[in-house]
Ligand binder design. Sequence first.
Ligand code: B1M
Length: 233
Amino acid sequence: MSDEEDIILADLPDDELVQQMFDDLYDGLKEEIEEAVHILLGRDWEPYRILTEALVGGMTIVGHDFRDGILFVPEVLLAANAMKGGMFILKPLLAETGAPQVGKMVIGTVKGDIHDIGKNLVGMMMEGAGFEVIDLGINNAVEAYLEAIENEKPDILGMSALLTTTMPYMKVVIDTMVEKGIRDDYTILVGGAPLNEEFGKAIGADAYCRDAAVAVETAKTFMARKHNQQAAH
Ligand code: B1M
């Protein structure tokens, strides 16, 4: 039996358990991650704290080693799968803490891009904050966004891109909306690791959101502005 198998997660103090979760996420051990999430919930950790400190914290380490060529796609896929296992448990709990519906958002990862963990996290946090979220998934062409906003009439359109090669596609979507004369009917928020504030401005988005918490705050600010404008008319 290896050392790994000897570890009883429930016996570890919080800090060691979080460190172990970093290792387990790194090793793509979904069941262990799920067990640890349940343990932390049992120790009265807030779902948001588990998400940010344990899961996102662990994924950051994976990201660094992927960048440095220490981990490769198959390993990172396993890590992502383990992360999703943990997120799945937290999702309803984050939603429970939310307020009544404050707005509606359509969100999707852009064409050519299959990264969805960050987008899913944004969706979960938005739901937790009381937004209705329509998730278009990954690899969305401009037509998919247009069809969804036409059908769903959201307040906010969110787009995610994790690759420098796919982020310019956000501009294709926004430019198409401008051409169709519908750009100003929606608040457009964009996010993803390679983006920044300047890029958001340059492509004509309303705001760039550094992370899921910022996305929620930004969305709330725009909804408040919208309500104030409606009240003034
Ligand atoms: Co990919 N990958 N990947 N990958 N991957 C990155 C993005 C990369 C930075 C890794 C690296 O080299 N350091 C690099 C991009 C380099 C670049 O373009 N500059 C990269 C590469 C190169 C690739 C491939 C090309 C690798 C290959 O095949 N050779 C390939 C491309 C596939 C494709 O999309 N066509 C690829 C594939 C994959 C996997 C499939 C293995 C897997 C994705 C699994 C999945 O998502 N289901 C994967 C992963 C997991 C990563 C890293 C390691 C982690 C991404 C992640 O989930 N982060 C990533 C390295 C990194 O980012 N450090 C990497 C955790 C997540 C919580 O953060 O997504 O940033 P993030 O989301 C944040 C914010 O950005 C923001 O809020 C989120 C939560 O706080 N946010 C938004 C995100 N979207 C938002 C939308 C909003 C608002 C905020 O709308 C309102």
